[in-house]
Design a protein around this ligand. Structure first.
Ligand SMILES: C[S@@+](CC[C@H](N)C(=O)[O-])C[C@H]1O[C@@H](n2cnc3c(N)ncnc32)[C@H](O)[C@@H]1O
Length: 212
């Protein structure tokens, strides 16, 4: 048994509709590994049920797995603004939201989050209570800097894949653009006085920030 198997087998089971999305991804997409997966999905759900955000944001929906994890854990009057640049995924996202009975809680914005976040939240008023960044790694800092000023005090921001298969540990060996961008982002967060941050070493590394 691997550590991952042990962690999974001592965490609450995944909802059947979420498992169905995972199965669909394996059958119908070329990159099922893009889904954050059941462990991260349950972390997102558990935190959302605890924080009970009124306004949540997701950057990078792909086919809507993490979107469903967050949205299905929101209160009925809360909204998840989900940003996805690739319009080819819109049909799958909407179908999966409908299957998980949480479409009414999601506003899907198809377009580049770098343009869409300022368009949806034009003032830098702090209204966002929860955010999950899971898009391209080169623009992590850009999404983060767009979101942090728009987040309330005490709001949570999660970023996935901050260890990048542990490549960030040895940048002499791994000096590709993604690894260097993720390391630069981790350093940036570490020195950002606007947040309290904790990096979790589970899966591919998860950065959790609480906005001060
Ligand atoms: C790793 S996948 C997201 C997986 C999803 N969060 C999940 O766990 O099911 C990354 C997604 O980010 C999207 N993306 C990349 N750059 C983006 C941008 N600038 N704005 C919005 N979405 C972007 C990609 O098209 C892709 O669907």
């Amino acid at each position: 048994m691997t550590l991952s198997d042990y962690l999974e087998s001592h965490s609450s089971p995944v909802d059947a509709s979420l498992s169905a999305i995972e199965r669909w991804a394996h059958l119908h997409t070329a990159q099922p590994q893009m889904l954050c997966g059941p462990y991260m999905g349950r972390l997102l759900s558990l935190l959302c049920r605890t924080v009970r955000p009124h306004c949540a944001v997701e950057v990078g929906a792909y086919i809507g797995y993490s979107t469903c994890c967050v949205a299905s854990s929101l209160d009925a009057d809360a909204t998840l603004h989900s940003f996805e640049v690739n319009d080819e995924y819109e049909g799958a996202i909407r179908r999966h939201l409908s299957d998980c009975h949480c479409a009414d809680r999601v506003q899907l914005h198809i377009g580049d989050a770098k343009d869409q976040i300022p368009a949806v939240f034009p003032s830098e008023e702090a209204v966002v209570d929860f955010a999950f960044i899971d898009a391209d790694k080169r623009n992590l800092r850009c999404y983060y800097d767009l979101l942090v000023p728009r987040m309330r005090r005490g709001a949570l921001l999660l970023v996935d894949n901050v260890l990048w298969h542990e490549k960030v540990l040895d940048r002499e060996l791994h000096h590709d653009t993604d690894t260097l961008a993720i390391h630069a982002f981790n350093e940036y967060v570490q020195h950002d006085p606007r947040v309290e941050n904790l990096m979790l070493g589970v899966r591919d590394g998860i950065m959790i920030c609480s906005v001060l």
